[in-house]
Design a protein around this ligand. Structure first.
Ligand SMILES: [Fe+2]
Ligand SMILES: [Fe+2]
Length: 438
């Protein structure tokens, strides 16, 4: 072999061989965790149960945290490598994992094949590293093992029966066994001769609408008509509106941040070359929105609202999924979030009249999170634009995107009819009764 002048001399490699071997494994683990974040997000809008969407957002955020700490520790070690890139062999497996048309089948592949293999990889790391010399990595890996075990427990009730998805799980497991597991330490079994990669045969596409399971749906929960929707725009800002009515309306508004969960989740897969820090902050943003939605989902029943009467609005997902990822992100951060502060401020002041400490707390944290989201937007929109080949100045692009959204709303919006009749669904008028003011 010809020695390159850029490589360390063989003796120097030998001296740090033990470190470099562990750095190599940490690098693989980092790449697996960040690819999980990029691709498991495609499950979120495909599964219907809100509790499962919330859980996936939490797991994605925790995985982003694992990746972040693995990279931080890895960079302390010789041989971890520069950059955030993912090798093709790992990427191929995650690109494959998104392919089932049925979200439940895809979910089972991630959680019955890919995640258990990740847990096994962490356990292997702990077995082969020196617990004193590599103590900083050991502490992290012990924590990640506990997280992975908890993820497996938390998801168990949401997984389809093993028998119903065994074909896909076997397929995915074969691809993983060919690699020898995530760390390549298990016996390699070559792929069967009739194995075909699904992701090379057809392209993955986000579904044109998002799944809300058993819950009723509609186009929008906002209108000017109290017999039509639960949120009546003028009531939110009318000083004569009873604060108990405003409280229920704002919880419906928060619960509907589920649409932000669903459309934000589409951006990860669409930006495979993004820096990890971008996906890390998107994962945080996603988890925040899932908590905001939970504020409404958990509080509304306490105020007498039957969640089966609350229609879920699908317009924002349906419109935005027709637009490319940088336009989705621009609308979210520069329009919807940046534009929500004045009305939310008024609403918060009105709710405070109720001396409802819990409501005040939830709204305060929502506001704080939203301020961070707008900051993320300023930080990352130019980067997502660059990834998508957009060269116009940010302001010009945002203005044009707003106009495009209006056109797309006319074409793709308003297409989801009310699932429930006006006598059954939650409307402004019914909120007056629930709040005890009519
Ligand atoms: Fe939010
Ligand atoms: Fe937000």
């Amino acid at each position: 072999m010809v020695a390159s002048s850029k490589l360390p001399a063989p003796a120097a490699i030998g001296r740090l061989a033990a470190v470099q071997e562990m750095a190599r494994l940490l690098r693989l683990l980092f790449e697996v965790e960040r690819e999980f974040v990029r691709t498991a997000t495609t499950l979120i809008y495909r599964v219907g149960e809100p509790e499962l969407k919330y859980l996936l957002c939490q797991h994605v955020w925790e995985s982003a945290g694992h990746a972040r700490f693995l990279r931080e520790r890895g960079r302390e070690l010789s041989g971890f490598g520069n950059g955030d890139g993912v090798r093709d062999s790992i990427r191929a497996l995650f690109n494959e994992a998104v392919m089932p048309v049925d979200g439940a089948v895809a979910l089972a592949g991630f959680y019955r094949v890919l995640k258990p293999a990740l847990l096994a990889a962490y356990a292997h790391y702990l077995r082969v590293t020196d617990h004193l010399a590599d103590w900083p990595s050991k502490k992290l890996v012990e924590e990640f093992i506990a997280d992975e075990q908890r993820h497996a427990r938390e998801i168990a009730n949401f997984l389809p029966t093993a028998a119903s998805v065994s074909g896909w799980s076997t397929h995915l497991a074969a691809a993983l066994t060919d690699l020898g597991g995530w760390l390549g330490n298990s016996p390699h079994v070559p792929l069967p001769s009739d194995f075909t990669w699904e992701h090379t045969r057809r392209a993955y596409a986000h579904p044109p609408t998002c799944n809300r399971g058993k819950y009723p749906t509609c186009s929008s929960v906002f209108s000017f008509d109290p017999t039509e929707t639960p949120i009546v725009r003028p009531w939110l800002v009318d000083p004569k509106t009873d604060p108990r009515v405003i409280r229920i309306m704002v919880y419906v508004w928060l619960m509907m941040e589920m649409d932000a969960v669903d459309y934000l989740a589409t951006i990860f897969y669409d930006t495979p070359e993004a820096a990890f820090d971008l996906h890390h902050d998107l994962a945080r943003h996603l988890w925040d929105e899932s908590r905001h939605s939970q504020f409404g989902f958990r509080q509304l029943p306490k105020l007498g609202v039957d969640l089966m009467t609350v229609e879920h609005s699908l317009d924002l997902y349906n419109i935005l999924v027709q637009m490319p990822p940088h336009e989705r992100y621009a609308m979210m951060t520069m329009e919807f979030e940046a534009g929500s502060f004045p009305t939310k401020a008024l609403v918060m002041d009105r709710v405070r009249e109720l001396n409802d400490f819990e409501a005040d707390t939830l709204l305060a944290f929502d506001r704080n999170d939203e301020q961070n989201h707008v900051r993320y937007g300023h930080r990352w929109l130019p980067e997502i634009m660059a990834l998508c080949g957009e060269t116009r100045p940010v302001e010009e692009f945002v203005k044009a995107t707003r106009e495009k959204f209006q056109e797309y709303a006319a074409t793709y919006g308003g297409k989801t009819p009310h699932d429930l009749g006006p006598e059954t669904r939650l409307t402004g008028e019914k909120i007056l009764r629930l709040a005890g003011v009519a």
